[in-house]
Write a protein that binds this ligand. Sequence first.
Ligand SMILES: Nc1ncnc2c1ncn2[C@@H]1O[C@H](COP(=O)(O)OP(=O)(O)OP(=O)(O)O)[C@@H](O)[C@H]1O
Ligand SMILES: [Mg+2]
Length: 471
Amino acid sequence: MTVYPRRIMGVETEFGLTAIRDGKAVLGPEEIARYLFKPVVAQYKSTNIFTDNAARLYLDVGAHPEYATAECDSLTQLLNHDKAGEVLFNDLAAQTEKTLAAEGIGGDVYLFKNNVDSAGNSYGTHENYLISRELSLKNFGKRLLPFLITRQLLCGAGMIKNGRFVISQRADQVWEGVSSATTRTRPIINTRDEPHGDSSRFRRMHLIVGDSNMAEPSFALKIGSTQLVIEMLEADWDIPTFDVVEPIKHIKQIALDPTGQTELALKDDTTVTALEVQQAVLEAAKGWLAQRQDEGTPNAELEKVVELWGRTLTAIGTQNFEPVSGEIDWVIKRNLLERYRDRLGGDWNDPKLAQIDLAYHDINPRRGLFYHLQNKGLVQRWTTDEAIAHAATTAPETTRATLRAQFLDTARELGAHYTVDWVHMKVDRPEPQTVDVQDPFATEDVGVDKLVAYMHDNREVLGNAQGGIRG
Ligand SMILES: Nc1ncnc2c1ncn2[C@@H]1O[C@H](COP(=O)(O)OP(=O)(O)OP(=O)(O)O)[C@@H](O)[C@H]1O
Ligand SMILES: [Mg+2]
């Protein structure tokens, strides 16, 4: 089986959005979303565009703006591009506040990187991992499930729900293990076959089970641990298998139990705890990493992942969370909420606590509670502001995304009439010319070079700078 130490990955994040003036929402959800996208529409005539860093920024049906990172091939790079999405949306929010003020509507615009709004509606954070076409996704997915249902112990974002603290926001929102339908049955692993690449070689595995993360180390642990498990399964590494009878029932129970002691019933009539599953997978990952090919995500980064993974499981086992209190989202948030709860009289149902819960996810670095903690040095960094700022303007240099960025750069500079998606790039004039890059690992492509040259050669007759973009 092909093992991909260098693997294409992308993360899609939907955001919560509202504009508040004097404590009240000033516009309906769809209206405020339209305001947020006004600068995008003014520039690109569309609410579905590829940005200069080759990511996709769009407004789907409903009112949750989405950012899908460009294709990345290593962990910290993906983190930088995920955080770049916050930067771009935060800029749009600032512009929207100015427009609202100018129109006499006023209000502060809030974007929340979380997964549940105050009415209980859920929106997603989707992880995409390239895997080989040789794999049966159904089988592969089933073997991943025990890890995925317990992964929330490492990287849940936590929230108050029905008067108590739960460690994951999304655990309640998935209804199935592995299937091909997204909206109707919300499977943890979506088998819908849209590889965005050569379908004879690649699959794109689409996971919808994770929470959005604010803390950089939590994001790194979520993606890094998953990468290691995928590699081990591809390599047929000796990784313990757990035939869990009812994974979906357990995922909800695990969210309620920060001790990790939830008993998972196995098909051989024995049980294992959620924490034991994670410990067993971590032990296997350590062995794997010791001989892993140093490609894609550097082994040095994955060693940091494994170290944090171990420290987190120890914290859960001993219930002494001090050693991870600046790294794991649900732990950081629970500490914060408990401090306020005690001050407010001890009731988890206090509406002020719900506000704090939400304010943690505010992406505005000068206002959000998470950023307040990070700016004070109470939350640890995995990357730097400089690297994030670079990712906000520059496509990943090591994947197909860099080709898309070159194409967009020329097309936009010369005012070409063009369309683009993950695979295709097309210029309409003077004659329609389409190039597809079916290999997401490619950083050079003769067809793209020719298309760029074609635009330069025909700069006088390229179009009227309308710049229609297809997602
Ligand atoms: N071959 C690939 N393997 C893994 N990930 C990929 C591949 N090609 C693209 N991606 C990533 O997949 C994500 C696709 O995002 P997009 O929002 O367009 O998702 P979708 O699932 O195709 O569509 P939608 O969200 O509209 O249903 C991006 O983050 C992108 O970087
Ligand atoms: Mg999407």
